[in-house]
Design a protein around this ligand. Structure first.
Ligand SMILES: O=C(O)CCC(=O)C(=O)O
Length: 224
C-alpha cells in the first residue's frame, strides 16, 4: 500500500499561487488523457514549437481555442500545418472555473471565461525554461493540471528570472493555480521524473494542461 508519511494538502506557495494535490481522481485523469490524445491528432495536432532564436522547445504542444506561438496568438497554426486551431470545449472552461473556485475562491472564478488551452507533452528529457505567461490581454488566473510523470515545477516571482523561487513537486492529478499578484510570475519545469506516472493511467511521460483567458477578440491579436 502506498501511504504518504506526510499527507499532501493545499499549499499557498506565494500569495495568489496555490497547489492542490490530487484534485483530479483516477477516472477524471483517464477522461482528460483520452481527450488529450484526440486533440494531439492532426490537423492542428501535437507539434514541436520553434523559437525565434532558431531553437526548439523540448516539450511538444497542442493548443485549443487560440493557437499560441512565440510570442502571440492566432486562430490557425501559423507556425505549423496552417489548419484552424481546434475549438475550446465548454466543459474545459467549467473545469477551469471549478479549479479556481477550489483554490482561490468563488470570487476569483467569476470573470474567468477560459478560452485557451495549451497542452504540453514532456518525454523524459523535456524541460521548460522559466518564463511568464504574458501574451494574454486578461488577468484571470492560470489553471495548470498535471497528468502522468511527476515533475519539478519551479515557481518564481514576477520581476526576475532568478530567485526567489519555490520548487513544487507536481504529480498526476495535481492542480496548480496562479493569479492576482502571482499571475505574471516566472515559472518553468526543470525536471521530469521518468517512470513515475501511475501505471493504471497508461501514459508514458507527462502532460500539462494549462488554461488561460485570452482577452483577445481579433485573429492575430496579442503578443508582446
Ligand atoms: O508544464 C507545466 O507544468 C508548465 C507549463 C507552462 O509553463 C506553460 O505552458 O506556459
Amino acid at each position: 500500500m502506498d501511504v504518504e508519511l506526510f499527507p499532501r494538502g493545499r499549499v499557498e506557495v506565494v500569495p495568489g499561487a496555490v497547489h492542490l494535490p490530487d484534485w483530479l481522481g483516477p477516472g477524471q485523469q483517464r477522461e482528460l488523457l483520452r481527450a488529450c490524445r484526440e486533440w494531439a491528432r492532426p490537423p492542428a495536432g501535437l507539434r514541436t514549437v520553434r523559437t525565434p532564436g532558431g531553437g526548439t522547445m523540448t516539450a511538444r504542444q497542442v493548443c485549443l481555442g487560440w493557437h499560441w506561438y512565440p510570442y502571440a496568438y492566432a486562430r490557425t497554426v501559423v507556425d505549423g500545418d496552417g489548419a484552424p486551431v481546434k475549438p475550446f470545449p465548454a466543459w474545459l472552461g467549467d473545469l477551469g472555473r471549478r479549479a479556481v473556485t477550489d483554490t482561490l475562491g468563488a470570487e476569483a472564478a467569476t470573470a474567468a471565461a477560459y478560452d485557451i488551452a495549451l497542452i504540453n507533452f514532456y518525454d523524459a528529457d523535456a524541460r521548460m525554461g522559466l518564463h511568464r505567461d504574458a501574451d494574454e490581454r486578461a488577468d484571470a488566473p492560470v489553471v495548470s493540471l498535471s497528468l502522468g510523470d511527476t515533475c519539478v515545477f519551479r515557481f518564481g516571482n514576477p520581476d526576475t528570472r532568478t530567485r526567489p523561487w519555490t520548487d513544487v513537486e507536481l504529480r498526476s492529478g495535481d492542480l496548480f493555480v496562479f493569479g492576482g499578484p502571482s499571475r505574471l510570475a516566472h515559472h518553468g519545469v526543470p525536471r521530469v521524473h521518468a517512470g513515475t506516472a501511475p501505471p493504471e493511467l497508461g501514459l508514458t511521460g507527462r502532460l500539462n494542461i494549462t488554461l488561460r483567458v485570452s482577452g483577445l477578440q481579433e485573429p492575430g491579436a496579442g503578443g508582446r
